[in-house]
Design a protein around this ligand. Structure first.
Ligand code: ADP
Ligand code: ASP
Ligand code: MG
Length: 402
């Protein structure tokens, strides 16, 4: 007998028919003699709809109340799935995040899981029940409901798998696995048989939303093998694990992130310490920056540009306001009309010319590059948002179709 954690995303439980489809997958796993813990997300676009409803009432509502609102989405789907499983004649119980033992930080809307204490889940499994857990949510030490950030149910599933030493953690979604690019953008994208944690982490961080990056980080930390597969098509998915066979491939995928902003601080004195002061203002506000570019100094001044998440742009402007005033930099320019396209692959470490090939694909497609960043297993470029999908296809074709 094994302990299996299965996670189903919003589209997998979007309507009654889909809920029964999931109930079928879960009960078939149970019938094979396994203990089954199921993590579900809110149905379809429920989370977006709840956020919109909240904004209608008060766009400046506290994060605590926003968490209280969106956590309701998962409460609906766990109950519906449990009802479907009851109807099929199986013993089942649904649990909210706090009932399942999810203890988190108190950073509302972006809480981190501190601990999962799965005593209640264990008790229910001992009674031979299928356990359905609400993803995305937990409880702070002040006994307030928290949520983990968008896409957080993946992390809920991996956290349970780690806390309970599960034998298998399956992430069911609406595509058949992890592909060389988003299969909705690139029709000839290929399904990967396996991918390493490090590559998957980069892909997820660079915008491949098929897995939440924190879930991959946690899977790597606790060495939990993940299987990403479709809830609608019965086919083997993609295995995410420490070492993968795919390492011989030059790159394992192309990712797109359109939720980015580019910020340029113009006319900074060209002297030591100014970059430090600028970025310490940002880190004090927990703002992550990604690509950083500094211009060559001219007439005693320089410009520094960087990218950050688009939804942090207001925070950036607020954090840098007095920097501009005190230091006498000229101005801050910003744009959200940009997209970041990245290629990821462990193979590029030992191969020259990978970045060149990417740039050539963009040149062939006449797409202008605005910023570039590289790491050991990744190359990212910033381009105009309108070119994003075309760039993904052009780069993908260059690496996978030639
Ligand atoms: P869920 O609701 O199951 O959590 P998501 O919408 O969060 O599903 O993630 C699945 C989606 O991720 C797919 O529908 C696909 O469009 C997108 N995606 C982006 N990049 C990739 C990739 N490299 N491989 C597979 N899917 C990808
Ligand atoms: N329902 C949440 C969201 O839409 C969590 C998830 O789907 O993983 O972000
Ligand atoms: Mg998701």
């Amino acid at each position: 007998m094994s302990l299996i954690v299965q996670k189903f995303g919003g589209s997998s439980v979007a309507n009654a028919e889909r809920v029964f489809n999931v109930a079928g997958i879960v009960t078939r796993t149970y019938d094979k003699g396994n203990d089954v813990v199921v993590v579900v997300s809110a149905q379809g676009d429920t989370t977006d709809d709840l956020i919109a409803k909240g904004n209608e009432i008060n766009p400046n509502a506290s994060k605590r109340e926003r968490d209280m609102l969106v956590a309701a989405g998962e409460q609906v789907s766990i109950a519906l799935l449990a009802m479907a499983i009851e109807k099929l004649g199986y013993p089942v119980v649904s649990l909210l995040g706090w009932q399942a033992g999810f203890q988190t930080s108190s950073a509302h809307t972006a809480a981190r899981i501190r601990r999962v204490v799965p005593s209640r889940i264990r008790k229910e499994l001992d009674k031979k029940r299928i356990v359905i857990v609400a993803g995305f949510q937990g409880l702070s030490r002040y006994d307030d409901i928290t949520t983990l950030g968008r896409g957080g149910s993946d992390t809920s599933a991996v956290a349970i798998a780690a806390a309970m030493h599960a034998d298998l953690c399956q992430i069911y979604t609406d595509v058949e696995g992890v592909y060389t690019a988003d299969p909705r953008i690139v029709k000839n994208a290929k399904k990967l048989e396996s991918i390493s944690y490090d590559e998957m982490l980069e892909l997820a961080t660079m915008g491949a939303q098929v897995l939440n990056n924190r879930s991959v980080e946690m899977a790597k930390k606790y060495n939990i093998e993940l299987e990403v597969l479709s809830s609608l098509v019965d086919a083997p998915g993609t295995i995410v694990k420490e070492k993968s066979k795919m390492e011989k491939m030059l790159i394992s995928g192309v990712a797109k992130d359109t939720d980015v902003a580019r910020v340029s601080v113009i006319g900074i004195p060209d002297e030591p310490g100014f970059a430090f002061k600028l970025f310490s203002k940002l880190s004090a506000k927990n703002i992550n920056v990604d690509i950083i570019l500094q211009s060559i100094g001219r007439d005693g001044t320089k410009d520094i540009s960087f990218t950050c998440a688009a939804d942090r742009l207001d925070d950036v402007n607020a954090a840098l306001k007095d920097y501009i005033e005190n230091i006498g930099a000229k101005e801050i320019l910003s744009s959200t009309d940009v997209a970041k396209i990245s290629i990821v692959g462990a193979g590029m470490e030992s191969h020259a010319g990978v970045a060149t090939k990417m740039f050539e694909a963009l040149y062939d497609a006449q797409i202008n590059i605005r910023m570039i960043a590289t790491s050991e297993i990744k190359v990212s470029v910033l381009i105009n948002k309108k070119d994003a999908d075309r760039a993904v296809s052009a780069i993908h074709d260059k690496f996978f179709e030639q």
